[in-house]
Design a binder for this molecule. Structure first.
Ligand code: ZN
Length: 425
């Protein structure tokens, strides 16, 4: 069972347990740790969302957990989620219950240092019992449940005899990284395995795991789990790999395959597929497009591609789509060459830094649309009405908004131009 969960931001995991014998301070809230709820609109928003109903997307539950952790309000968070678990209990599947229990267990773990020593042993045992129950309810196959279990248990003092269970959970997480929301989750697994090996006195193994984790030392106060990644070959990515149906069966958004997103629209007569932009590289375009075909095998052939603007990350994958049979017809602004001329004069080393060694500037230089647009234009593709609007004042001088009036799609929902505006590139 694969859950697309982004456990966001900086989470100070298990510090409470580590503080068992020493300092009595958790990390994460900093100077703002005691801010009232009203000054944290994101936390209040996520509380409201999670109060309405059990979230269908577990990401919302873990976003709330992360918000509580980062606000240093772990006790409030554990209490809030426990209340929701009790309230929604009869409507929840076992898998959903396991996610609640894991989130509560993690918040409790962070909070342990503030529990009086008199009560702490019972508190820790109760928390361990929650993690155990979460594993039972999940059938042992939900990545985030095992990850939280392993990461928390690995930091519990030996007195509680959790090292073996921690080792098992973490080893499972390393072997089943394909079930994780994204590969970034492996980093903490490696770091915790390194820490366990160090405690065992196995220096070689400890250093090997530490190297794999990417951390330079064992002195690391926080856990950073993020879908942001950088790979020398494929450059940056900012999201977990995901195919979302913005309009079910009609508009698909592909994220996390590379630097930018891909969008595809099924025409009204369902005989044509329409692409919005081409991504950055031929290899990532191929990977993304094949993932879409595997996800929705009965999609029609790709006949048309609209280019929102001629930035590298929107036309660099054009060669792959040009190679398809039949060849799709490309539309772009009439002044596209102006934009490309500026880009190819820039230092290529910067582009490779962003987009990876596989990026090929020739794929940008060679871009030639089949049709150009220099004024507001209305056309139909496979019965779908499409309005094209040349616009000024965006990232480039060759921007084009694409509006599908009959699909009730907002401009921002299907315009990857706006996405990249947010990224300031
Ligand atoms: Zn751009």
């Amino acid at each position: 069972m694969r859950k697309l969960v982004s456990l966001l931001a900086v989470v100070a995991l298990g510090v409470g347990f580590l503080a068992w014998a020493g300092t009595n301070r958790t990390v994460g809230g900093g100077a703002n740790g005691n801010q009232s709820g009203s000054s944290r609109p994101e936390l209040e928003y996520l509380k409201a969302v999670n109060s309405a109903a059990p979230p269908q997307d577990p990401q919302l539950l873990f976003l709330l957990m992360g918000a509580y952790a980062n606000a240093n309000q772990q006790a409030e968070g554990a209490e809030f989620l426990t209340a929701r678990l009790n309230e929604f209990g009869p409507r929840l599947t076992d898998a959903q219950k396991s996610l609640y229990l894991s989130a509560i267990g993690l918040l409790r773990a962070q909070h342990a240092s503030t529990i009086s020593l008199l009560h702490r042993i019972g508190y820790v045992k109760d928390t361990i019992a929650m993690l155990d129950q979460a594993k039972r309810l999940s059938g042992g196959q939900i990545y985030v449940v095992n990850w939280i279990s392993g990461v928390v248990r690995s930091q519990i003092p030996n007195f509680f005899h959790q090292r073996r269970a921690a080792q098992d959970d973490l080893t499972w997480c390393a072997a089943n990284i394909a079930k994780a929301p994204d590969i970034g989750w492996l980093r903490e697994v490696d770091f915790r395995l390194a820490s366990l090996a160090l405690t065992d006195g196995d220096q070689v193994k400890a250093q090997d795991y530490l190297r794999q984790s990417g951390y330079k030392s064992f002195d690391k106060p926080v856990v950073l789990t993020t879908p942001f990644s950088e790979d020398p070959l494929s450059g940056h990515a900012f999201a977990s790999r995901r195919i979302a149906e913005i309009v079910p069966g009609r508009v698909y958004a592909l994220s996390g395959f590379e630097f930018t997103e891909y969008y595809f629209v099924v025409s009204d007569n369902r005989r044509e597929l329409i692409g919005i932009d081409t991504g950055t590289r031929t290899d990532s375009a191929k990977t993304a497009y094949e993932a879409l075909r595997a996800y929705a095998p009965n999609l029609p052939e790709l006949t048309t591609i609209f280019v929102t603007h001629s930035h590298w990350d929107h036309i660099g994958g054009q060669t792959y789509f040009r190679g398809l049979n039949p060849k799709p017809r490309f539309y772009a602004r009439s002044n596209y060459q102006e934009e490309i001329a500026g880009e190819i004069n820039g230092p290529e080393s910067i582009a490779k830094h962003f987009f990876g060694e596989r990026f090929n500037l020739e794929d940008v230089r060679n871009f030639r649309p089949d049709a150009t647009v220099d004024r507001p234009t209305e056309l139909k593709v496979g019965g779908t009405r499409i309005d094209l609007f040349p616009v000024h004042g965006g990232e480039t001088r060759d921007a084009m908004f694409i509006h599908l009036p009959d699909l009730a799609c907002s401009l921002s929902a299907i315009s990857s131009c706006l996405t990249s505006v947010r990224r300031s590139l």
